[in-house]
Structures are given as structure tokens and as C-alpha cells.
Design a protein around this ligand. Structure first.
Ligand SMILES: NC(=O)c1ccc[n+]([C@@H]2O[C@H](COP(=O)([O-])OP(=O)(O)OC[C@H]3O[C@@H](n4cnc5c(N)ncnc54)[C@H](OP(=O)(O)O)[C@@H]3O)[C@@H](O)[C@H]2O)c1
Length: 262
């Protein structure tokens, strides 16, 4: 089989956490992989393991997706390789925790550039190819925080609300073109997320934490079932569902209480 005939999945944020588990589970399903993040070494190591275990092809493409123009540059690199992306997993992202008015502006800008701008541009660029071919799949990683205002993660959760609404809209819009879009909204998951966000997990977060591989398994099942959105974990799903019956002021005050470290 030549390279073009393989089923290629592009996973952003593949150097750790959910992205690395997406890579592992997709390789087990027979996907060949394009791995993207900034850190080369962990992706190279993961690639070697997956090639040995599953006999799939893996390309490692280090790229800082928070740099303006990065999505277009990445698309050009993949086009130059001549590889058709059948599945795009838009997973790279991070949060900034703490008092909004004290968060460093450059961290906020980088977060919005990665969580919103790069994700939108990659989705737009690869959706066009998929629609032209008449098939493809896109998974967008949001968060349970997308479903409600969350003090101490104000801008992060607002960025994930954008991802959720974008994905739900595209689920309908791209369906007639043969492109399946699913939004994954994980709750607290054991990854490097908290090291990066700077938050000490609260007792509530430690109680509800899920394993990354479980979250990824649920996400890939939802994608296969052509669902618009999935919230893995019973407690997370109940929280999101219960929000429908709770005034928004109560939602955000409760979220504040559960998220603050002091
Ligand atoms: N863990 C949770 O509790 C949780 C809950 C809800 C949603 N999420 C979402 O899940 C997604 C995955 O995060 P995670 O939990 O797996 O955290 P993680 O272990 O910190 O992984 C984040 C990934 O994003 C990559 N990344 C960060 N900045 C990047 C940049 N500028 N350019 C390219 N790649 C970049 C990181 O790689 P490099 O540092 O090597 O670039 C890493 O591979 C994120 O969108 C996050 O918001 C996580």
C-alpha cells in the first residue's frame, strides 16, 4: 500500500495527555498518524512505539500552533507530503488559571491563538479537502467548562464555549458534505493540564478525575456513532445536563466555589 492509500489521522497536541492517547488508540484502529506539538522528543518516542506495535506509518511534525499563520504552514507541510487527512483531531490546547485581571497578557494571547484561532483555521483548511472528497471526520476538544461560565478559568472556559458552538454548528453544516464533526468535552482528566494551567487540583477535581485513555475511548466511540457532542463520565454528563435546570447565576457561583484554591 502506498502512503496516499493509508487512512491518515492528524492529531494536534500529540506529545502528551489526551493527544498521546488519541495517537495510541487510533494506531490500534489501523490509522497512520501525523503527530503535531512543539516537543519533538516525546512524539518521536511515541511514533517509534506505534510503528513497532501496529505497523502503521507515523510522521512527526513539530510546530508551535500558537504562532500566527501556524495552521496554514502546517497544512502546507502536509500537502507537500501528499498525505490526505481523513481524521483531524483538534486537541492541542491549554488553560490559564487564576484571577483574570492578573493573568499575563502574553499567556492569554497564546491560549486564545491556540484554543480558538489555530483550531478554527485547521478545521477550515482540512474541512475543505474533506468536503471536496465527500468524506472525513473532525474531532474538536472542548471542555465541560464550555457549558458554563467558570470564574478562575474565565477566558479558558470562554474559549472552549467557542469550540463547542463552532463544532455543533459544523456538525450540521458539514454533514451533507460527508464530513462528520464531533465535539469532546472532557471533565477533569489526568494529564499535564494542571501543571500548565498552574492550578493545584481542588478536592472536587481530585474526586472526579478521569483517566485519559477512558476519555479518548468514549470520544472515538461518539465519533464513530456520529454524535455531535460527548461529555465522558457520568458525573460530568449529569453536571452538564443538570445545568439546564439551574439559573446561570447559581451555575457560575458554584463553579467558582469548586475551582478556587483559596
Ligand atoms: N486534562 C483536563 O482536565 C482537560 C479537561 C478539559 C479539556 N481539556 C483539553 O484537552 C486538550 C488536551 O490537553 P491535555 O489535558 O491532554 O493536556 P496536556 O497533557 O498539557 O497536553 C496538551 C498538548 O497540547 C500541546 N500544545 C500546547 N501548546 C501548544 C502549541 N503552542 N503548539 C502546539 N501544541 C501545543 C502540548 O504539547 P507541547 O507542549 O509539546 O507543544 C501537548 O501535547 C486541551 O485542549 C485541553 O484544553 C483537558
Amino acid at each position: 500500500m502506498n502512503q496516499q492509500d493509508k487512512r491518515w489521522a492528524l492529531v494536534t497536541g500529540a506529545s502528551s495527555g489526551l493527544g498521546a492517547d488519541f495517537a495510541r488508540q487510533l494506531a490500534a484502529q489501523g490509522y497512520s498518524l501525523l503527530l503535531v506539538a512543539r516537543s519533538l522528543a516525546p512524539m518521536r518516542k511515541l511514533a517509534d512505539t506505534l510503528i513497532a506495535q501496529h505497523g502503521v506509518a507515523v510522521e512527526v511534525l513539530p510546530q508551535d500552533l500558537a504562532a500566527p499563520g501556524a495552521a496554514q504552514a502546517l497544512k502546507e507541510r502536509i500537502d507537500a507530503l501528499g498525505l490526505p487527512v481523513e481524521l483531524l483531531v483538534n486537541n492541542a490546547g491549554f488553560g490559564v488559571h487564576g484571577a483574570f485581571h492578573q493573568q499575563p497578557l502574553d499567556r492569554l494571547q497564546g491560549m486564545l491563538q491556540l484554543n480558538i484561532v489555530a483550531l478554527t483555521e485547521l478545521t477550515r483548511l482540512f474541512a475543505a479537502d474533506m468536503a471536496a472528497r465527500g468524506h472525513g471526520q473532525i474531532l474538536l476538544v472542548a471542555s465541560v467548562g464550555a457549558y458554563q461560565a467558570t470564574p478562575t478559568y474565565a477566558a479558558y472556559c470562554a474559549s472552549k464555549a467557542y469550540v463547542l458552538l463552532l463544532g455543533e454548528a459544523l456538525h450540521e453544516e458539514l454533514k451533507p458534505h460527508g464530513v462528520q464533526v464531533t465535539v469532546l468535552s472532557p471533565g477533569v482528566t489526568a494529564t499535564h493540564f494542571f501543571d500548565v494551567s498552574g492550578q493545584q487540583p481542588t478536592p472536587y477535581q481530585r474526586m472526579v478525575i478521569m483517566q485519559s485513555k477512558t476519555v479518548v475511548r468514549r470520544a472515538l466511540s461518539a465519533l464513530a456513532a456520529r454524535r455531535a457532542a460527548v461529555v465522558p463520565g457520568l458525573l460530568n454528563a449529569l453536571t452538564v445536563f443538570g445545568n439546564r435546570f439551574v439559573p446561570r447565576a447559581w451555575q457560575r457561583r458554584l463553579a467558582y466555589r469548586l475551582m478556587r484554591n483559596d
